[in-house]
Design a protein around this ligand. Structure first.
Ligand code: NAD
Length: 290
C-alpha cells in the first residue's frame, strides 16, 4: 500500500516507522523538519496524501486536523482511506468524516491507547469509528501498529470511547492518589495498602498496573521521578475533551468535572506540566484538608 502519514511526532514517528518496516511505502509530512526511518518525506501534507491508498493523521488537536483535512481531501482519490489516530473532539471527528465521505473517501476515527511505548512496540489499542468498509480497509494497518482494534460504531464512536476511557482513568488516578495520601496520614504502610487494595474491591488499573507510589507494585513512572509515561497535560487535554463532549449532549459528569479542574490546577499552577499524571500523589502528600 502507499500510505500518507501526516504528523510525525512522539506517536506518529514510531507508528509510521512500523508501517514502513512491514513493507509499505510510507510518505510522511510534518510541520517540523523530522526524519523517520524508512519514511519518504514529502514537502506538504497534500503531497503526502495524493495517490495514497490510505492517509493516516496523528496531530495535536481537532482544529489542526480540520485544517489538514481541508488540504488533503481535495487531492485524495475516491475509495482511499482517511484514518485519523489523533485524540480530538467528537464534533471535529464527525465533521471531517462527513467531509471525507462526501467525496467518496473511507474515513475512520481511530484514537489510540498505549502511549509512546506502545507506538514504538506496535502494541497500541485502536478504538475505531466509521463504516464497516472503512474499518475493514484500515484493519490490516491497525494489526501492524497495534495489538487490538475495536470497531466501536459509526464516525465519532472511536473518539467517544477514548474520552470515556480516559475520564475514568483521570478520576481513578486521583482517587488512588488521595487514598494513598490518606493511608500515609493514618500510618498505614504503602506496601500493605497495595497488597490489600490490589486484590480487593478497590483494585483498578491505576493501582494494580501503574501504581503512583514509588517502589510499590510493578515498575511505573513513579519509580522514575514521575517522568512521563502519560504526561499530566495530556490527561488534562483528554479530560477537557470529555467535558466538551458532556456539555454537547447535556450529560451529567460531576467526577469528570472535578478531575478536569484538579488536573488544570496541577498543570497550570502547581508545576505539574511535564510530570506524569500519577504525580498527583506527591501533590496530595503535601496538602491538608482545607
Ligand atoms: P506531538 O506533539 O509529539 O506530535 C504532533 C506532531 O504534529 C508534531 O510533530 C507537529 O509538528 C505535527 N503537526 C502539527 N501541526 C501540523 C500540521 N498542520 N501538518 C503536519 N504536521 C503537524 O504529539 P503526540 O504525543 O505524537 O500526540 C499526537 C496525538 O496522539 C495527540 O492527539 C495526542 O493527544 C494523542 N495521543 C498521545 C499519546 C502520548 O502518550 N503521547 C497517547 C495517546 C494519544
Amino acid at each position: 500500500m502507499k500510505i500518507g502519514f501526516i504528523g510525525l511526532g512522539n506517536m506518529g514517528a514510531p507508528m509510521a516507522a512500523n508501517l514502513a518496516k512491514a513493507g509499505h511505502l510510507v510518505v510522511g509530512f510534518d510541520m517540523a523538519s523530522v526524519s523517520v526511518e524508512g519514511v519518504v518525506m514529502a514537502g506538504s501534507s497534500a503531497e503526502a496524501a495524493s495517490d495514497a491508498d490510505v492517509v493516516i493523521t496523528m496531530l495535536p488537536n481537532g482544529e489542526i486536523l480540520r485544517a489538514v483535512a481541508d488540504d488533503i481531501i481535495p487531492v485524495m482519490q475516491a475509495g482511499a482511506g482517511f484514518v485519523d489516530c489523533s485524540t480530538v473532539d467528537v464534533e471535529s471527528a464527525r465533521a471531517v468524516a462527513n467531509q471525507a465521505q462526501t467525496v467518496g473517501l473511507l474515513p475512520v476515527d481511530a484514537p489510540v491507547s498505549g502511549g509512546i511505548g506502545g507506538a514504538a512496540a506496535g502494541t497500541l489499542t485502536f478504538m475505531a469509528g466509521g463504516s464497516e468498509a472503512a474499518f475493514a480497509q484500515a484493519a490490516p494497518l491497525f494489526d501492524i501498529m497495534g495489538q487490538k482494534a475495536v470497531h466501536c460504531g459509526e464516525s465519532g464512536a472511536g473518539q467517544a470511547a477514548k474520552i470515556c476511557n480516559n475520564m475514568i482513568l483521570g478520576v481513578t488516578m486521583i482517587a488512588t492518589c488521595e487514598a494513598f495520601a490518606l493511608a500515609d496520614k493514618l500510618g498505614l504502610d504503602r506496601q500493605k495498602m497495595f497488597d490489600v487494595v490490589s486484590t480487593s474491591s478497590g483494585y483498578s488499573w491505576t493501582m494494580n498496573a501503574y501504581c503512583p507510589a514509588p517502589g510499590v507494585g510493578p515498575q511505573s513512572p513513579s519509580d522514575n521521578d514521575y517522568k512521563p509515561g502519560f504526561a499530566a497535560e495530556l490527561m488534562l487535554k483528554d479530560l477537557r475533551l470529555s467535558q466538551q463532549a458532556a456539555e454537547s449532549v447535556d450529560a451529567d459528569t460531576p467526577m469528570g468535572y472535578i478531575a478536569t479542574n484538579l488536573y488544570e490546577q496541577f498543570v497550570e499552577n502547581e508545576n505539574g506540566m511535564g510530570m506524569d499524571f500519577s504525580a498527583m500523589l506527591p501533590r496530595y502528600e503535601k496538602r491538608n484538608r482545607s
